[in-house]
Write a protein that binds this ligand. Sequence first.
Ligand code: AP5
Length: 228
Amino acid sequence: MGLNVVMMGPPGAGKGTQAERLARERGLLKISTGDILRDASRDQTPAAIVAKARMDRGELVDDETMIAIVRDRLMRPDAEVGVVLDGFPRTVVQAEALDRILEERDNGPLVVIDVVVPEQELVRRLAGRRICSNCGTTAAPGDMVANCTRCGNVMVQRTDDNQDVVLERLKVYQHTTRPVLEYYRSRVTFRVVNGAQAPDRVAHELNTLIDDAVAVAVPLKAASEGSL
Ligand code: AP5
C-alpha cells in the first residue's frame, strides 16, 4: 500500500525542501507543480508563456491546467508507490479534484501537512533564496554558494522572489490557498508542523507526524465524504 502526502504552507515555508527529503527517505515520487511549470516555461509554448507570466506576477495558474498536469503525473506507473505533492492543491477546486483522482487510484492514505512559519521569516527566506539557473536546485538554507553544487551553473534569484511579487504571493496564499486548509482540517490525517526550526528538526517531526497519521488513516472515500 502506498502513501500520499500533501505539503501545504505559504511561499517559503520549506515545502520543497522537506518534500524532496521525504520523497528520498520514503521512496516516494515528488511532484512539485512549481518545478513542473518552471521546466515547462523553457519550451516557450503559448500555454507555458501564459503560465510564466502569471507566476512572475505572483498569481496562480488556472485550475484546469494544474489539475490536468497533476492527474497526468499521478496516473503514471512511477506514482504507484505513492507521492509527495509540493504546491498542489492550492485551491479548493484543486483539492476536490485531487480527492477524486486518489479515490480512482486507491493506493493508500492521504496525509496532509501544514508547514507553519511566521510571515517575517518567510520574507527573509525568499529574499535570500538562490536557485540554479540550469537545473533549478535550491541552495541549502544559509548557503550562499555562487555555483550549483549539482551541475556547477550559476545560482540566481527566482524571478518571483523579488519583494513586490513575494508580497503578492503571500496575499494570494491568504485569500485562495488558506481555505484549502479548512477543507482538510477535520480529517484524521491532517497534521501541523512548526516549520520555523532547523530543517533536520522539521524533518524529524514531520516523519513522526506522518507515521502517527498513517496509523489512524481511514479509506480516502470516507474521509472525503466528511464523516471523519
Ligand atoms: P512554487 O514553486 O510552488 O512556490 P511557493 O509555493 O510559493 O513555494 P516556494 O517554492 O517559494 O517555497 P517552499 O515552501 O517550497 O520553500 P523552499 O523549500 O523552497 O510555485 C510558484 C508559482 O507557480 C506560484 O506562485 C503559481 O504561480 C504557480 N503554481 C504552482 N503550483 C500551482 C498550483 N497548484 N496552482 C496554481 N498555480 C501554481 O524554501 C524556501 C527557502 O527557505 C530556501 O532558500 C530554503 O533553502 C530555505 N529553507 C527551507 N527550510 C528552511 C528552514 N527550516 N530554516 C531556514 N531556511 C529554510
